[in-house]
Design a protein around this ligand. Structure first.
Ligand SMILES: [Zn+2]
Length: 139
């Protein structure tokens, strides 16, 4: 099922870890609404601007999945409000600046961890968006 032109529920809920460990990562209706808002307000406008694939590496995480990967207890991934992504064809620092200067968001992190570098972005559809941006977040 499509959330927007270039993003599907499947992409925003798929997890290698969930698949490998038989963890149920199906989203609730509320989570789907949050994922859709994230795509409509942030990911799709970014995709339109870049003109190349935005690869979501982690979107929604069920409590069991979040625990398994060692996510924070209050992670916005649990609500479907956040996504981690990479864009192999573009510079992540440039994308970070573009989102920071142009798009709505709650939290924007340029993260570095074991898996390399990626951007974490969140959006609250029914609340205050803090516009908190950190460009050197160590995961
Ligand atoms: Zn994240």
């Amino acid at each position: 099922m499509k959330l927007t032109d270039n993003f599907t529920i499947n992409e925003l809920t798929y997890s290698v870890t969930a698949a490998a460990n038989n963890i149920d990562n199906r989203p609730s209706v509320e989570v789907i609404a949050n994922l859709k808002a994230l795509c409509e307000n942030v990911l799709q406008p970014l995709r339109n601007h870049l003109g190349c694939p935005v690869i979501v590496t982690s979107g929604y995480r069920s409590p069991e999945l979040n625990k398994k990967i060692g996510g924070k207890q209050n992670s916005q991934h649990l609500k479907g409000q956040a996504a981690d992504f990479v864009v192999p064809q573009k510079n992540l620092e440039d994308i970070f600046s573009y989102i920071k200067n142009t798009l709505p968001f709650d939290q924007l992190l340029l993260e570095t961890g074991k898996a390399g570098k990626w951007i974490h972005v969140s959006f609250c559809s029914n609340g205050y968006n803090r516009r908190q941006a950190v460009d050197n977040y160590l995961s």
